[in-house]
Design a protein around this ligand. Structure first.
Ligand code: ADP
Ligand code: ZN
Ligand code: ZN
Length: 736
C-alpha cells in the first residue's frame, strides 16, 4: 500500500510514501483514514503532512519510496465535509493541496501537536485516601475538605475544584499542596461539550424579522442559501441570533463568518451576551495557544458557535447545522495572496455539501449574490426598514464645481456640520485616504515626491514627519525644499490627517477623533477611539473605510462623504460596485436611532448616473442597472475570470515569461476561452518589482476549469527568469 500525502510545499502534487515500519497490517486500515496527519522524511527535514488517500501503486519506483515515520492521529483532523471542501478548493483554485491543508490548521497542529482537547482531571491516590482515614491528621481544614470532596465526587478538573464552573469552593493552592504530598494525581480525559444555554432576550421581533426567522428556520436540516438583505440597522444581527438559537436547540454547531474580528467587537460581544457558553472566536491574529484551543474545541464539538474570519471557513466542525456569512459583499472574504480563495463562496459550497442552510447577510449585497437570487439559486429575505424610530437618512449631492471649498470641505458641508453640532448631534466625515496629503509638490518646477521603489507618489504624513509609500511601506524624511530647484514644497490634496486639522480649525469647540489605519495601528487604539465616540466625548469622527464596518453610533446625525469621485472613473470593473457599497455603508452610520440622519456627498460629477441612481433608487436601484452593464460588457457574474499575475525585477524577463505563457494558453484554448494580455498592472512597479498579468475569460465555469487544468502545468514547466513569481487567481476581485 502507498500513502499519498499532502505536504506544505508550493508543489502542485501529493507525495508517495510507504506506511511506517511496524504498522501492523491488521491495525492499518482503521488508522489510515484520509485526513490523519503523518510525519514523513522530506529531504533532510521531517514534515507533518495530511494523508489524502492510498493506492496500490506509485509512479515512483518502489525501491525509492521512503516509509513514513509516524501516523499522528487516531482519527482525521477534519470532519468529512471539511476534508472534501479542502480537496475541492485546491482543485478549483488550482493551488497546491499541501498549502491548502496547512491553511486549515493552526500552526501548532501543523507542527504535530495533538488535535483533541483534553482536560487534566484530578483524583485521589491511595496515599490520599489513606490520609483521609487518618483521624489524627493536623492538616489544614481546607486540605482535608478537598480530600473529602474529591473522594466523594470522583475526578474533577481544576476549574471544577475552584468552582469556576460550579463545584467546589477551593483554591488551586489547596490542590497544589495535595499534589506535593502525593495525595492527588491528574489524568487526561476528553473534554465535554459546553453546557449551552440561550439567555432570554427582551427583544420582540418585528413582523419582518419574524417572517425572515421563520423562513430560515424552516430550512434547517437541508441545504438552502438565503440572502438576508437589510439596510444597516434593520435588525439582521438579531435575526442571526434567533436563527442560531433554533439551529442549536437540538445540539450541533454554527459557523459565523465576519469580515474582520478587529472591526466587529460589538458583534462578538452580542453573541457572548446572548449565549452563555460555547462561543469561540477564530482568526489568524489570535495567539498560538488560544487559536489551537479554539480549533480543538470546534473539532471536538465543545464549541457550539464559531465566529471567525475567512480562514475559519476551513474549521473542522463535525456537527455543523448552519452557516452565517455577515457582510457577504466584503472584499476581505477573498484572500489576496497565496491561496486566492473566497470564503464566502466556499461557505456556500460547504453548506451544500453538509446539507445545511447558509445565510448571507448584507445591506449592500455583491452583484454576484444578487444575480444568484435572480437565477433562483438563493432566496431573498428582506428587512426593508430600520428597527424602531430610526428612519433612512436623507441623501444629497453637493456640486464641488459650484461651491467654494476649504481644504476639501465645501461651504454647504461646513454649514451642515455646524448645525448638527449645534443641535447636539455627532458628525462623521469620511475620506478614504489616510495621511496628510497624497502628494508633495513643487510649484516652481513641477517636481513631485515619488517612491524610489514603486511607480507611485509618496503620501505626506505630517504628524509622523514622514513621506510614506502606501504601496510598499517605504518611508523617507520630508524634504524642506525641492531637490530639483530649491523652491518651497506644497502638500497637495487631502488625507484624513489634514481633514482633521481643518476641522479643528473650523470647529475649535468640537472635540475630534480620527479612525484610520494610522490611528488604529497600536493595540487597543481603535477600541479607545470608538469608545470616545460612543461616550459622546468626540463630536466629529474623521475616518476611512474602517468606519463602514458595523459600528453602531446612535447619536450620529450627519455623514459627509468628502470625495465620491475616486471610484467613478476607475478602470476596474468592480470599482463602481465598491463605491456604491462604501457610500451606502457610510451613509448607514447616520441616524441609526431616534435622530433623523442626513448624508452629504461631495462630487464634481453630480450628474454621474451612479450617483443619481444611488440617490433616487438606493443600492437596489444602482445594482439593477450595474448588473445590466455587466451583462452588456460580459463581466462577471455573466462571465468567468482567472488572472495570472506575475512579478519580477526585470521587466524584459517578466514580459517574455507572460508572452510565452499566453502563447501556450492560446494553443490549448478552444473557442470558449479568451487569453488576454500581457498587460501591466495599474502600479506597474511595486517594491522594485515589475508587475503584469494575463486575463483568462470564459462564459462559464466548466470551460475555464478545463482550460486551467491543461494550461497551468504548461506554465509551470516554462523557463522562468530568476526571482520571477507567479500565481493564479480564480474569480479575482480585481483585474489588476
Ligand atoms: P443590523 O445587523 O441589520 O445592522 P441590528 O441587529 O444590529 O441590525 O439592529 C440594530 C439595532 O436595533 C440594535 O441596537 C438592535 O439591538 C436593535 N434591534 C434589533 N431588532 C430589534 C427589535 N425587534 N426590537 C427592538 N430593537 C431591535
Ligand atoms: Zn522644484
Ligand atoms: Zn513604494
Amino acid at each position: 500500500m502507498i500513502l499519498q500525502i499532502a505536504l506544505n510545499t508550493p508543489l502542485r502534487r501529493v507525495f508517495d510514501y510507504l506506511p511506517p515500519a511496524g504498522l501492523g497490517d491488521t491495525t492499518a486500515p482503521a488508522r489510515l483514514e484520509p485526513g490523519v496527519r503523518v510525519r514523513v522524511p522530506f529531504g533532510r527535514r521531517h514534515l507533518v503532512g495530511i494523508l489524502i488517500g492510498t493506492s496500490a501503486s506509485s509512479a515512483v519506483a518502489l525501491a525509492k519510496l521512503k516509509p513514513a515515520l509516524e501516523i499522528l492521529d487516531e482519527r482525521p483532523v477534519f470532519d468529512p465535509v471539511t476534508f472534501d471542501l479542502l480537496c475541492w478548493a485546491a482543485e478549483y483554485y488550482h493551488h497546491p493541496i499541501g498549502e491548502v491543508m496547512a491553511a486549515a490548521l493552526p500552526p501548532s497542529l501543523r507542527a504535530g501537536q495533538p488535535a483533541d482537547m483534553t482536560l487534566e482531571s484530578w483524583s485521589l491516590t491511595g496515599a490520599g485516601r489513606q490520609e483521609l482515614k487518618n483521624p489524627g491528621s493536623r492538616r489544614a481544614p481546607q486540605q482535608r475538605a478537598l480530600l473529602a470532596w474529591l473522594a466523594q465526587q470522583g475526578p474533577k478538573t481544576v476549574e471544577e475544584i475552584a468552582g469556576r464552573r460550579g463545584g467546589g469552593p477551593f483554591k488551586s493552592v489547596h490542590l497544589k499542596s495535595l499534589l506535593e504530598r502525593g495525595w492527588a494525581v491528574a489524568t487526561s480525559v476528553p473534554a465535554q461539550p459546553a453546557l449551552f444555554e440561550l439567555r432570554p432576550s427582551d427583544v420582540t421581533l418585528t413582523d419582518a424579522q419574524t417572517q425572515v426567522v421563520a423562513a430560515i428556520t424552516a430550512s434547517l436540516g437541508r441545504f438552502a442559501a438565503h440572502l438576508l438583505y437589510g439596510v444597516t440597522g434593520s435588525g439582521k444581527t438579531e435575526v442571526y441570533l434567533q436563527v442560531i438559537a433554533a439551529a442549536l436547540a437540538g445540539g450541533g454547531q454554527v459557523l459565523v463568518l465576519v469580515p474582520e474580528i478587529a472591526l466587529t467587537p460589538q458583534l462578538v460581544e452580542r453573541f457572548r451576551q446572548r449565549f452563555s457558553a460555547g462561543v469561540v472566536v477564530m482568526h489568524s491574529a489570535l495567539a498560538g495557544t488560544l487559536r489551537r484551543d479554539a480549533w480543538r474545541a470546534a473539532h471536538g464539538g465543545q464549541a457550539r458557535i464559531i465566529i471567525g474570519t475567512r480562514s475559519a471557513v476551513f474549521t473542522s466542525l463535525p456537527s455543523l447545522n448552519l452557516i452565517v456569512v455577515d457582510e457577504e459583499h466584503d472584499a476581505s472574504y477573498k484572500q489576496h495572496e497565496g491561496f486566492h480563495y473566497s470564503a464566502r463562496d466556499l461557505a456556500v459550497w460547504r453548506a451544500q455539501r453538509a446539507q445545511v442552510p447558509v445565510v448571507l447577510g448584507s445591506a449592500t449585497p455583491s452583484l454576484e449574490t444578487l444575480e444568484n437570487v435572480v437565477q433562483g439559486r438563493y432566496s431573498r429575505l428582506l428587512l426593508p426598514q430600520r428597527v424602531g424610530m430610526a428612519r433612512a437618512p436623507r441623501m444629497t449631492l453637493i456640486d464641488l464645481r459650484k461651491h467654494a471649498t476649504d481644504q476639501g470641505l465645501s461651504q454647504p458641508a461646513m454649514q451642515a456640520i455646524g448645525q448638527h453640532l449645534e443641535a447636539g448631534g455627532q458628525v462623521i466625515v469620511f475620506l478614504n485616504r489616510r495621511g496628510y496629503a497624497p502628494s508633495l509638490f513643487c510649484n516652481a518646477c513641477g517636481w513631485i515626491a515619488l517612491c524610489a521603489h514603486c511607480d507611485a507618489r509618496m503620501t505626506l504624513h505630517r504628524r509622523a514627519a514622514q513621506l510614506r509609500c502606501h504601496h510598499c511601506g517605504a518611508h523617507a524624511k520630508v524634504p524642506v525644499i525641492c531637490g530639483n530647484c530649491g523652491q518651497a514644497l506644497y502638500p497637495v490634496g487631502q488625507g484624513t490627517e489634514r481633514v482633521e486639522e481643518t476641522l479643528a480649525r473650523l470647529f475649535p469647540n468640537a472635540s475630534l477623533a480620527r479612525l484610520d489605519r494610522d490611528t488604529a495601528a497600536a493595540h487597543g487604539a481603535m477600541q479607545a477611539v470608538l469608545e470616545r465616540v460612543h461616550r459622546g466625548e468626540a463630536r466629529i469622527l474623521v475616518g476611512t473605510q474602517m468606519l463602514t464596518k458595523g459600528h453602531h453610533f446612535p447619536d450620529v446625525s450627519l455623514v459627509v462623504i468628502l470625495d465620491a469621485d475616486q471610484g467613478l472613473f476607475a478602470s476596474d470593473f468592480r470599482a463602481t460596485e465598491r463605491l456604491a457599497q462604501t457610500i451606502t455603508q457610510v451613509a448607514g452610520r447616520a441616524g441609526r436611532a431616534a435622530r433623523p440622519g442626513e448624508v452629504m456627498i461631495q462630487t464634481s460629477f453630480p450628474e454621474h448616473p451612479l450617483l443619481t441612481r444611488l440617490i433616487s433608487g438606493g443600492y437596489e436601484g444602482f445594482a439593477a442597472i450595474a448588473l445590466e452593464e455587466r451583462r452588456a460588457a460580459h463581466w462577471p457574474p455573466y462571465s468567468r475570470l482567472a488572472l495570472l499575475r506575475a512579478e519580477a525585477r526585470e521587466n524584459a524577463g517578466l514580459d517574455g515569461f507572460l508572452r510565452a505563457a499566453a502563447a501556450r494558453g492560446r494553443a490549448v484554448a478552444d473557442g470558449a476561452v479568451a487569453v488576454l494580455g500581457p498587460a501591466a498592472a495599474l502600479i506597474a512597479r511595486r517594491a522594485d518589482h515589475f508587475r503584469a498579468h494575463l486575463l483568462i475569460e470564459t462564459a462559464a465555469r466548466a470551460p475555464l476549469q478545463r482550460f486551467l487544468k491543461q494550461w497551468l502545468p504548461l506554465v509551470e514547466s516554462l523557463p522562468r527568469p530568476v526571482g520571477l513569481r507567479w500565481s493564479i487567481d480564480v474569480d479575482p476581485l480585481e483585474v489588476d
